[in-house]
Write a protein that binds this ligand. Structure first.
Ligand SMILES: Nc1ncnc2c1ncn2[C@@H]1O[C@H](COP(=O)(O)OP(=O)(O)OP(=O)(O)O)[C@@H](O)[C@H]1O
Length: 941
């Protein structure tokens, strides 16, 4: 109804006042309460073919303003529009949608019924009581320091001086000694708890300890796979800092979006540690000969659950397979071995001598060629990490890990579960230590441990005395050629020194214990080696879980319980905001947090789709830091100069004329104008050009304050300093996503806040989160608009300020066809996304309960849903639903993948909702253009 009133008021002509009055009443009475865009199109008395004539509104609410509007013989137009509609498209050579858009753009925002409908007909906001939920907490820091770890003093000094790190975090204290021992580890620890350092530090420690020193030509020793480019860059940068004291270790980055050529050149030069996204690594595996994993001793899958649930599982499996294949091929290639030796001799003769010396000193089973031997060995250490676990991770662990240790740092659980379950009467057999490489490891587990690592024969039988062999093997496997006494001290070296009688005796003392025998082993070892720091640390770590869990039990329990841990330092709240008020509430929170906050707040806003991100960031930026503002801020132009891009100014140019017209209306309406807002806006999503994406990420990281509007591509692993507010504008697709989004604040025990917007009909989503032991408090949404008073000081009330802002937003959204198209696209993408929520949350986020008319308003659109649907239909950009990127599975491509389809992996158990995967797949694209086929290439040439 409101829309109709506006349409009519816009179209009145002063000369035909009487006639039009009749028309008005006619329209008013004839229109139905359920008003549709179709009716608007047919009845709007506008002739777009004629020139605009100044007309006077006849019945335009309290203000009665003069408006510019086009008008013509109403009857003709009605007939024409009807014809147009019936003829489905073409009208006087013009496209129907063009005409409709023209009409939309020529409408003027009003302060009458139309705009004030922002506060009308909104559903009641329910008050959700808080249930008694006891969140799981994790102690982030320990009282120990890095200097207590058995790592190189240069590393400790580097950590202190260059990174300012002294105290150990819990996960670091638990994980570092275990990783240094070469064990496969699955780590679950809350967001921002220092997992990156927990694996990066021991890797570098292991690498720097190899003698003779490794060099970049030796091959890739460790691979770190992460799901997003930003995380890859971040991890790479940390590695660069960590290897400072060890210049011979070279980290490298393959993150997608960059030119293949440059990356190929980098690979040819040689790397010691490779960080990359799975798609890109896999791409190079297929197309870059110099990428070889025959020396890779360590594979790290960070954000393992994400890697598996975003369609990357095949890429991950291909990487695992490639490592195994390359290592196998290298092990049995005598020519390669000879070449390797020859190369090493040429490269560094001194180091060869050094190697000899070590061998002589050591007099161990590792002879002169021990290093080469182990480099070419088939063992691999695998480390999986995430703040959240899924069944897929458990399966992946089963496939890729051998006898893993599970580290869970949450309090109350504090599980460090070891998969090795040994018979109590085990005797350590020294010989086994020396034979460790070829030993078929026979252990009694008492559990059905799913050890499937393809090339390894591990018989799960009851046998005595082989545990040590396994330990020794573990100790050597990750960084071959460990002549490093420090490393050996916690592995073979130490075990060699262990007095077997003592162990036998001590273990036998524990006659009642058989389920925790692995623990007992370490306990005994601890007692024996108590004076030695390194073992002490390990034994500190390998404590029994109170329930006596083994790895499998522990991880199963963790997954089945499905309880999530969030930093206790984050204040989590939710706001139930009626749909129509969402956009103004968002603006208000941005102003409150980033403008009125004198300290300068930094916030991240999560939205559902990339179209939403693009549209909202530009719209809000344009409106809050609009033309008027920029003029006033001319003295402060420095920072802004770089930021504004060509298309922004283009849009502004296009809307300039109508903007000034609008200003008159706007001020006449006495709603006040926008005040200057010093605000930096950033946007980030997976389909942005790579350079822009990296630039935004870096800028936001260094910014003192600002807003980053992004998709879930920024939800994983990103460590942006000083982010003190995370706002979830769209509900997350799962509790896990909620955890990772919130985890962008409150990192390393810092204070943070997280707000989630929910619609009144989505309120029960909070109950869903409570089931996962996430506790949130409801905030008063009515107070959230307060900050808008500063934006529209002339407005007599908060509501009027919100109305003024909404008017401004709508005006901008209708200022050009490009804006309209973008707004429609954002709206449509969101509606599609909404109907694609996964099954387990759909009962709380039900698309059937959406009011699409209200939703349009939240996108600053004036169209009805029907009109928007029509615009969508005619928008070619919205027709292409499936993003065509590297993740799009083509049978052709599938056959080309190394290891496929031969490798059947079991962790693809989660069936993704088709639509939701469609919406998010592009977020995790490797950024590569599809490869041109050779025929096309030839033709081009
Ligand atoms: N020992 C330490 N003392 C103080 N700060 C630390 C320490 N270790 C790591 N940090 C800091 O903690 C922050 C979070 O670390 P990191 O990114 O590794 O967390 P994470 O557990 O990987 O988080 P996520 O699960 O979100 O990926 C970083 O800023 C890092 O510099």
């Amino acid at each position: 109804m409101d829309d109709l009133q506006l349409n009519i008021s816009v179209s009145q002509g002063s000369k035909k006042k009487a006639t039009l009055k009749n028309n008005v009443s006619e329209y008013k009475f004839k229109s139905k309460p359920t008003f549709t865009g179709k009716i608007i199109a047919r009845k709007r008395p506008v002739n777009l073919g004629q020139k605009n004539i100044d007309t006077k509104s006849v019945d335009d609410g309290p203000k009665k303003k003069i408006l510019k509007a086009s008008h013509t013989q109403t009857g003709d137009l009605a007939t024409n529009l009807r014809d147009l509609s019936e003829n489905k498209g073409k009208f006087q050579g013009k496209n129907y949608q063009d005409l409709s858009d023209d009409i939309q753009m020529k409408q003027k925002p009003r302060t009458g019924g139309w705009i004030s409908s922002l506060f009308k007909n909104n559903p009641d906001v329910p008050r959700i009581g808080q249930r008694a939920v006891k969140p799981i907490v994790e102690k982030v820091f320990t009282s120990k320091t890095f200097s207590e770890l058995d790592i190189h003093p240069h590393s400790i000094a580097n950590l202190q001086q260059n990174l300012g790190l002294k105290e150990l975090m819990t996960v670091q204290q638990n994980a570092i000694p275990v990783i240094l021992c070469g064990r496969d580890v699955l780590i679950r620890s809350q967001t921002g708890s220092g997992k990156t350092l927990a694996y990066a530090l021991p890797i570098i420690e292991g690498l720097q300890a190899i003698r003779p020193k490794i060099n970049r030509h030796d091959g890739i020793r460790a691979i770190i796979v992460v799901p997003t480019r930003e995380l890859a860059v971040q991890t790479y940068e940390l590695l660069v800092k960590l290897v400072k004291p060890f210049t011979w270790i070279v980290p490298g980055l393959l993150s997608g979006g960059q030119k293949r050529k440059a990356e190929k050149a980098r690979l040819r030069k040689g790397l010691s540690i490779l960080v990359g996204t799975p798609g890109r690594i896999n791409d190079h595996l297929r197309h870059t000969k110099s990428l070889n994993f025959d020396k890779t001793g360590c594979l790290i899958l960070d954000e393992a659950d994400r890697l598996l649930d975003m369609g990357y599982e095949k890429d991950v499996a291909a990487i695992v397979k490639a490592i195994e294949d390359h290592k196998k091929a290298a092990t049995y290639d005598p020519i390669a071995m000879i070449k390797q030796n020859a190369k090493k001799t040429i490269i560094d003769d001194d180091e060869s001598k050094q190697a000899e010396q070590i061998v002589n000193k050591d007099n161990s089973v590792v002879a002169k060629h021990h290093l080469t031997e182990v480099f070419l060995g088939k063992d691999r250490q695998t480390i999986l990490l995430s703040a959240t676990l899924t069944k897929a991770v458990e399966n992946l662990a089963g496939i890729t890990m051998v006898d893993p240790v599970f580290i869970d740092t949450s309090e109350g659980k504090a599980v460090v579960a070891d998969s090795l379950k040994l018979h109590t009467s085990n005797v350590i057999n020294k010989e086994d230590v020396s034979k460790e490489k070829n030993a078929a490891i026979e252990i009694e587990t008492g559990n059905e441990i799913n050890i499937k690592k393809s090339k390894e024969k591990i018989s799960v039988k009851s046998e005595e005395g082989n545990k040590t062999a396994l330990e020794a093997r573990r100790g050597l496997k990750s960084f071959g050629g460990i002549n490093n006494s420090e490393l050996l001290s916690c592995n073979t070296g130490k075990l060699d020194n262990v007095n077997e009688n003592n162990i036998t005796k001590d273990v036998n003392d524990e006659t009642n214990s058989d389920s925790d025998s692995d623990y007992e082993y370490f306990k005994v070892q601890k007692e024996l080696e108590s004076k030695k720091v390194s073992v002490e640390t390990i034994n500190d770590v390998i404590k029994p879980s109170e329930t006596g869990n083994t790895f499998v039990e522990a991880i199963k329990t963790a997954i089945v319980e499905d309880e999530l841990v969030l930093p206790a330092t984050v204040n989590q709240t939710f706001l139930i905001v009626p749909m129509k008020l969402r956009l103004v509430t968002l603006c208000s929170l941005i102003v409150e947090h980033c403008v009125l906050n004198k300290k300068g707040g930094k916030m991240i806003v999560f939205m559902a789709t990339l179209e939403m991100v693009d549209y909202h960031s530009e719209l809000i930026e344009n409106v809050l830091t609009g033309n008027n503002v920029k003029v006033k801020k001319s003295g402060n132009e420095k920072n802004k100069a770089k930021k504004r891009k060509a298309n922004d100014s283009e849009n502004q140019d296009k809307s300039e004329s109508s903007d000034s017209e609008f200003e008159i209306d706007y001020q006449e309406a006495n709603e006040g104008g926008l005040v200057p807002v010093d605000l930096e806006m950033f946007s980030l999503h997976g389909s942005m050009p790579h350079e822009r994406r990296m630039e935004v990420f870096k800028q936001f990281r260094t910014a003192r304050s600002g807003v980053l509007i992004c998709t879930d591509v920024a939800a994983r692993g990103l460590d942006v300093p000083r982010v003190d507010l995370v706002l979830q504008y769209c509900a997350p697709a799962s509790a896990t996503d909620y955890v990772h989004r919130v985890g962008r604040t409150g990192r390393a025990a810092r204070i943070g806040a997280a707000v989630m917007f929910l619609l009144p009909n989505e309120a029960d989503f909070v109950r869903y989160l409570e089931q996962k032991r996430i506790r949130l408090r409801q905030d008063d949404e009515s107070k959230c608009l307060e900050a808008l008073r500063s934006v529209a000081p002339a407005a007599p009330s908060v509501q009027r300020a919100a109305i003024a802002l909404q008017a401004r937003l709508e005006h901008t959204a209708h200022s050009s066809k490009e804006w309209l198209a973008r707004a429609s696209r954002a709206y449509t993408s969101w509606v599609r996304f909404y109907s694609g929520y996964p099954r387990d949350v759909r009962q709380y986020l039900d698309p059937k309960l959406l009011h699409l008319g209200h939703a349009a308003k939240a996108f600053a659109l004036r169209d009805t849903p029907a009109a928007l649907a029509r615009r969508t239909k005619s928008d070619p950009k919205l027709k292409k639903e499936r993003p065509v990127n590297r993740l799009t599975v083509h049978d052709e491509e599938e056959r080309k993948r190394p290891g496929f389809p031969k490798v059947k992996i079991g962790f693809n158990s989660r069936v993704m909702n088709k639509q939701s995967s469609m919406h998010t797949a592009s977020e995790f694209d490797s950024g590569l253009p599809p490869l041109e086929n050779s025929y096309k290439k030839k033709k081009k040439n």
